[in-house]
Design a protein around this ligand. Structure first.
Ligand code: KIV
Ligand code: ZN
Length: 388
């Protein structure tokens, strides 16, 4: 049975680039956009055109060169924003305007000093106006995570009637629990008239470390687009990490969901974005962190050397990592030492291994990690004669 497709909407160049210190120039954005197209994303959110002349220019240049992917520009529910976004997107083969407004109590009261009916009017106005420029209009209900479901459903219904093709349900503050976010999507699917005319989209922030879990709960409950960034970069604690949702869907076939992403490019793309944005990836980051396929404790190493499935749920080659690594530390066992010694040219007998292992532990207690040159040194200075 063929799997249902979840669209990947990449916002590395918009929500990701909002991070302090991550600003990119147009040339850097073009390189990343081309890589995202190659990676197989469905939508590239290229920027927020009204925010600065530089961002306008970047969106326009990306729109000119990206031909196989929808190129999207963000706006507020403001006519001028929409006009500027339409102008920036005019060369795009598949343009999308992403417009919207805050819908939670606190946004309505503190940001807009307004009321629910007036917010719905602005939503309708924005979508209808965007529709005069492009066919594909995505509407976001900012802070939907903290918006009561009944009102959210009213806003979504109005946006669909006005012509929205995608409804973005952002958990802007990263507040929701997965079951709550999933239930919100389910509620909208069951209570919004005309919902079949639009795709529901998950846009989750990571303030409580739940962005990925919430996005997955969203698609399990019927959303068919996930908004995410490479390495999970984004406002505050970041956005849903693209590489995580892609691999979760791939590693859990029973969900019967997949994306168009070429996962073999994930590791390289992660490095490229990290390097261009000057934002290091934490070593223990899922999928793309330096330690994601590194085994360092003796028990795990012994298992992986016997069969990698004992401690690995992903084949590293599937995400573009050559192979998993056996890192030697003072927590490593004999199996790992023998394995690494063999890799650098020494076939140790059991007796030799016993002797070298004792030396290795003394050495390893002084160092964070034992490298290949250390293995040579330990073996060459061992009291037993070992041929390489
Ligand atoms: O987090 C959010 O609500 C957003 C919207 C502007 C889509 O980024
Ligand atoms: Zn966001």
């Amino acid at each position: 049975m063929s799997k249902d497709k979840v669209q990947i909407f990449d916002t590395t160049l918009r929500d990701g680039e909002q991070v302090p210190g991550c600003k990119l120039d147009t040339k850097q954005k073009l390189v990343i956009a081309e890589r995202l197209e190659l990676l197989g994303v469905d939508v590239i959110e290229a920027g927020f055109p009204i925010s600065s002349p530089g961002d306008f220019n970047s969106v326009q240049e990306i729109a000119k060169i990206i031909k196989n992917v929808t190129v999207c520009g963000l706006t507020r529910a403001v006519r001028k924003d929409i006009e500027v976004a339409a102008e920036a997107l005019k060369y795009a083969k598949r343009p999308r305007i992403h417009t919207g407004i805050g819908t939670s109590e606190s946004h309505i009261k503190f940001k807009f000093n307004s009321n629910k009916d007036a917010i719905i009017e602005r939503a309708i106005e924005a979508v209808s106006y965007a529709k005069t420029f492009v066919e594909d209009v995505e509407f976001y209900a900012e802070d939907a995570g903290r918006t009561d479901n009944e009102f959210l459903a009213r806003v979504c219904e109005a946006a669909i009637k006005a012509g929205a093709t995608v409804l973005n349900i952002p958990d802007t503050t990263g507040y929701c629990l997965p079951e709550e976010y999933g239930a919100k999507i389910k509620y909208l699917r069951e209570n919004v008239k005309g919902i079949d005319k639009a795709i529901l989209s998950c846009h989750c922030h990571n303030d409580l470390g739940l962005a990925t879990a919430n996005s997955i709960a969203g698609v399990i409950n019927g959303a068919r687009q996930i908004e995410c960034t490479i390495n999970g970069i984004g406002e505050r604690a970041g956005n849903t990490a693209l590489e995580e949702v892609v691999m979760i869907l791939r590693q859990h076939p029973r969900l019967n969901l997949d994306t168009n992403i070429n996962s073999k490019l994930l590791n390289d793309t992660s490095r490229m974005v990290s390097q261009k944005m000057g934002m290091i990836v934490q070593p223990n980051k899922a999928i793309v962190g330096a330690n994601a396929f590194a085994h360092s404790s003796g028990i795990h190493q012994d298992g992986v050397i016997k069969n990698r499935e004992t401690y690995e749920i992903i084949d590293p080659a599937d995400v573009g990592v050559d192979e998993s690594s056996i890192v030697l530390t003072a927590r490593s066992g004999r199996a790992a030492l023998a394995y690494r010694a063999k890799n650098v040219g020494y076939e140790l007998t059991k007796l030799q291994l016993d002797v070298v292992y004792d030396e290795f532990l003394k050495y390893a207690d002084q160092k964070k990690e034992i490298l290949d040159e250390d293995i040579h040194r330990i073996i060459e200075s061992s009291p037993v004669k070992i041929e390489s």
